[in-house]
Design a protein around this ligand. Structure first.
Ligand code: HC0
Ligand code: SF4
Length: 554
């Protein structure tokens, strides 16, 4: 479609959702603070004002039409946007230097771009009550009432843990009845954090615990999740690098880590164990469909919403906890180290992984979880340029992984790894996948002896509710659930921005990283197989159950 933009004929995408997106595609980013392409349009911040056929209107809420005459940056619009920013800043906690979002806050960015040095309006102090009840931290003095968190939590995750309360100057976002977040149905997925444009929603920063452990001369071991390597590059000038994980290993060794292992190794281990669990359930015709359980946001969601299905969750621990268990119980013994002297640092793209490590059933396995964002802070504050640090391999024996293990970091990875193991062990034919809608995919396969397996891969907890309604219609045998859109690469601990566009880019990078791994299936991971040979004996053995399995809470 042809429109006029700032006096020039411009061809825009006919299917653009709105003018704001159409203009972005032709290289004009209209400032906005409350627009999320993934949710409904709210139109609250008014920053995306443009002039259309001589009328000022919000570009997020108008559909492009043939011949429309658009002005995006007139002096009048500039003044209006500036005024909006000043009004927001008048009631905003401006302690920027100590804010978790210092340097990547959208409000701070616009204040800089619009050259705001003084705010014309009197300062209005909002109540400065900070909710530290969970790993998600809520500070309403930094909230600009854009509602992004409310819409993500409600529309995408179908949880509704937070909402608007009160009116006018008193308006705030909070859980119902002013409860603390820890006492709500929040699953700690961090999607509100991922989409908050300011520091109103952040997560607990645990960097100091890592330094304290080093100071106390603990045997500090790091383990890196698959998705971290694809996203940390965004903050470190390493666009599209396929050996980032190796550079991080080298960096962590340089600052004092004794060993660095790969969570993808444990992903192979978990896929192997989980495939055997599924095979057994199929043979016995019980506890089907089997749900994956490595996403702690999903596990918490299931505990709150589907207690009757908890037996259907795979009892295999997540790779994070499985590796924690193996390191503290097997590796420590082999190395002659008291497990109490080991300090295990798990580096994850996910906020809920902090919660998972602190669940009582996993006590002591992982000592601290830091997110991609926190690792990036450690690297940047050290002054090292990661680009110039050569990659070195992960330590053995828990540093080897297959393409399958690495692919855990994005949607579909766990399911396809389980399928690979099944294919190697019982043989699969006619594997076909179709997308039902964004976030829901169905795969059908037939075993060599003619049994059909129907699998569903789903991301986004709102989508999970839809899948639950269809379990019988689709005759589902196995379901992979990831709470965040596109899987772990979209986790709440990933760098900002953390939107659909960047998640798709991360998935592409991770695919390239996966593609260069020489091992394809978990069954080829010989260090994983030796772990069975030397310690676990066999999948689902007594030893495996002791180390690798867990139970869920009603
Ligand atoms: Fe994931 Fe995992 S794939 S949850 O997204 O399963 O966080 O990356 O480390 O544990 O492996 C996160 C990522 C992990 C775990 C693995 C799984
Ligand atoms: Fe909602 Fe997830 Fe944020 Fe909790 S962490 S409030 S569930 S979006």
């Amino acid at each position: 479609m042809k429109i006029i933009v700032n006096g020039k004929e411009t061809i825009i995408n006919d299917n653009a959702k709105n003018l704001l997106e159409a203009l972005k595609e032709v290289g004009i980013e209209i400032p906005n603070l409350c627009y999320l392409s993934e949710t409904s349009i709210y139109g609250a911040c008014r920053m995306c004002l443009v002039e259309v056929d001589n009328q000022i209107t919000t570009s997020c809420s108008i559909k492009p039409y043939e011949g429309m005459n658009v002005k995006t940056h007139t002096p009048e619009i500039y003044e209006m946007r500036r005024g909006i920013l000043e009004l927001l800043l008048a009631s905003h906690n401006r302690d920027c230097t100590t804010c978790e979002r210092n340097g990547n806050c959208k409000l701070q960015k616009y204040a800089e771009e619009f050259g705001i040095r003084k705010v014309r309006f009197d300062k209005i102090d909002k109540p400065n009550i900070i909710d530290y009840s969970s790993i998600i931290i809520r500070d309403n003095s930094k909230c600009i009432l854009c509602g992004d968190c409310v819409r993500v939590c409600d529309e995408i995750q179908s949880i509704g843990a937070i909402d608007f309360a009160f009116r006018g100057f008193e308006a705030q976002v909070m859980p119902a009845f002013g409860e603390e977040l820890a006492n709500t149905a929040c699953v700690l997925c961090g999607q509100c954090v991922a989409h908050c444009p300011t520091g109103a929603l952040t997560f607990r920063n645990d960097i100091q615990k890592v330094y304290k452990a080093m100071e106390e001369e603990k045997f500090v071991i790091g383990m890196i999740a698959p998705a971290v390597r694809a996203s940390i590059q965004e903050e470190l000038g390493l666009d599209g690098d396929v050996v980032t994980a190796g550079r991080i290993v080298n960096f962590l060794k340089m600052i004092g880590f004794k060993k660095v292992f790969d969570v993808s190794f444990a992903a192979d281990l978990v896929a192997y164990e989980e495939a055997h669990e599924f095979k057994e359930r199929l043979e016995r015709g019980e506890k089907l469909p089997q749900f994956t359980s490595c996403c702690p946001g999903w596990v918490k969601f299931a505990e709150h919403n589907y207690p009757e299905l908890l037996d259907n969750l795979s009892s295999v621990k997540s790779p994070q906890q499985a590796l924690g268990s193996v390191i503290k119980r097997i590796y420590a013994k082999e190395m002659g180290i008291d497990p109490k002297d080991i300090f295990l640092v798990s580096i994850m793209p996910c906020t809920a992984k902090k919660f998972e490590a602190e669940r009582e059933e996993f006590a002591g396995e992982v000592d601290v979880v830091i997110t991609t964002k926190e690792l990036s802070q450690i690297i940047r504050s050290s002054g090292f340029d990661l680009k110039s640090i050569p990659p070195i391999p992960f330590d053995r024996p828990y540093g080897l992984s297959s393409q399958a293990g690495l692919s855990f970091g994005k949607t579909g990875g766990v399911f396809s790894s389980v399928l690979k193991v099944l294919n190697d062990e019982i043989g699969l034919e006619n594997v076909e996948t179709k997308e039902v809608e964004k976030g829901i995919r169905i795969t059908n396969a037939t075993t060599k002896d003619g049994k059909t397996i129907n699998g569903v891969v789903v991301f986004g907890l709102g989508n999970v509710r839809k899948v639950m309604e269809k379990l019988n219609d689709w005759n589902v045998d196995i379901v992979e659930v990831m709470a965040c859109d596109y899987g772990c690469i979209g986790g709440g601990g990933q760098p900002y921005p953390n939107d659909t566009e960047i998640r798709i880019k991360r998935a592409k990078i991770l695919n390239e990283v996966v593609g260069i791994d020489v091992l394809i299936s978990p069954t080829e991971n010989y260090h994983m197989l030796s772990l069975y040979e030397n310690h676990l004996k066999a999948p689902l053995s007594h030893e495996s159950h002791k180390l690798l399995h867990t139970t869920y809470k009603n």
